[in-house]
Design a protein. Structure first.
Length: 157
């Protein structure tokens, strides 16, 4: 009978050891998943995280300078930045027709793999864009539909 207790105690100790070992393995996976962008780039390129931080800080101004010069900037594996011109057009502003002046805008064209990554099962959107609904009178609440012939015509010729 004493042997059964010893075996049960050994089995319990072994299962606790497996649980502790598995939880430490899972915590390592979580630590790998929680890497920052700088940490992930540093790990994959075998460059120090400080150097990656310097490159990422210099990347924005360098892209801005190239776009200001009228160039298209391509980042391999990420996509392309380019300047596009939106011509002068008419639009509704606060429910009233208005002319919107022409403006340049930066457009980003993602590489093929980015769209697939954005639609992956685990990807969660940061913002959901509401659907567009045309409202001709934005400052008023919509009225109820009333039949056209509310009052009979009482005029006689």
């Amino acid at each position: 009978m004493r042997k059964r207790h010893e075996w049960a105690l050994a089995a319990l100790a072994a299962s606790l050891g497996v649980v502790v070992f598995a939880s430490s393995a899972f915590s390592d996976n979580k630590a790998k998943k929680e890497l920052t962008l700088k940490g992930a780039v540093a790990a994959s390129s075998k460059v120090s995280e400080e150097n990656v931080a310097k490159v990422l800080e210099a990347l924005g101004p360098a892209i801005r300078d190239r776009l200001a010069a009228g160039e298209t900037v391509e980042l391999p594996g990420l996509g392309t930045f380019r300047v596009v011109r939106v011509p002068e057009h008419r639009d509704l502003i606060n429910g009233r027709p208005a002319t919107v002046s022409a403006v340049n805008s930066v457009e980003f064209l993602p590489a093929g793999g980015l769209d697939a990554a954005a639609n992956a099962p685990g990807a969660a959107p940061a913002v959901t864009v509401p659907e567009f609904r045309y409202n001709p009178l934005p400052d008023q609440t919509p009225g109820l539909r009333v039949p056209e012939d509310r009052m009979p015509n009482v005029r006689t010729p």
